[in-house]
Design a protein around this ligand. Structure first.
Ligand code: ATP
Length: 203
């Protein structure tokens, strides 16, 4: 079994920032948000079935998924949300496996925003790393980055696992509320730990 870390955390907690630090130390990063984006780009392998099941109204002129429309639909309609997930989730797992097979790093990190919420993902990884931060910090970061209101950010957060649920599911935690240089030191220590666990699991 290849050693794999599932990296998760709430919106704006700093998953991408921290995954990039691990990449600098030699881990291979597979980001499921990036995969989901590729699947639904123009020419993406999910597009024929999305077109068939949702209709051209949910496509852009160049044949990508119309993200704004689809977001509005699945927010209002849980059946549509389920239908979209039934299309995307198997493809995301398939593409993750493919990327994992090609990855050459010391070990793998899967970045999965809703990992805690999914039994399939929890069972797929050797270890769960949670990027933790104060809710107020998440709200501030996402309001600034995405130009959203506090209420809009809170609505997204309510649809995700709570901070406490994530902490309880974590094997390892990185607190990402402070300055990035102290976070980098935490990442270095965890990386060394993971590198030694990865050696044990391949020998
Ligand atoms: P999302 O779930 O929305 O994709 P994420 O968890 O991947 O977000 P990032 O994109 O890494 O989070 O970080 C969110 C924002 O906060 C970014 O603009 C990033 O530059 C900033 N940020 C992350 N960590 C810190 C930190 N320790 N100090 C200051 N800013 C930070």
């Amino acid at each position: 079994e290849r050693f794999t870390v599932g990296l998760t955390g709430g919106i704006g907690s700093g998953k991408t920032t921290i995954a990039n630090m691990f990449a600098d130390f030699g881990a291979s990063i597979i980001d499921t948000d990036v995969i989901a984006h590729q699947l639904t780009q123009s020419g993406g392998i999910a597009m024929p079935v999305i077109r068939e099941q949702f209709g051209v109204a949910y496509l852009t002129d160049d044949g990508a998924m119309n993200r704004t429309r689809m977001r509005e639909l699945v927010f209002a309609d849980s059946n549509a949300k389920q239908k979209l997930e039934n299309i995307l989730h198997p493809l995301i797992h398939q593409e993750t496996e493919k990327a994992a097979g090609a990855a050459t790093g010391l070990y793998l990190i899967f970045v999965v925003p809703l990992l805690i919420e999914s039994a399939t993902w929890r069972n797929k990884v050797s270890r769960i790393l949670v990027v933790d931060c104060e809710e107020q910090t998440q709200i501030q970061r996402v309001m600034t980055r995405n130009n959203l209101s506090e209420e809009q950010v809170r609505a997204i957060m309510r649809a995700q696992a709570s901070r406490q649920q994530r902490q309880e599911a974590a094997d390892d935690l990185i607190f990402n509320d402070g300055d990035l240089s102290s976070v980098k030191a935490e990442v270095r220590a965890l990386h060394e730990h993971y590198a030694s666990l990865a050696k044990l699991s391949t020998n």
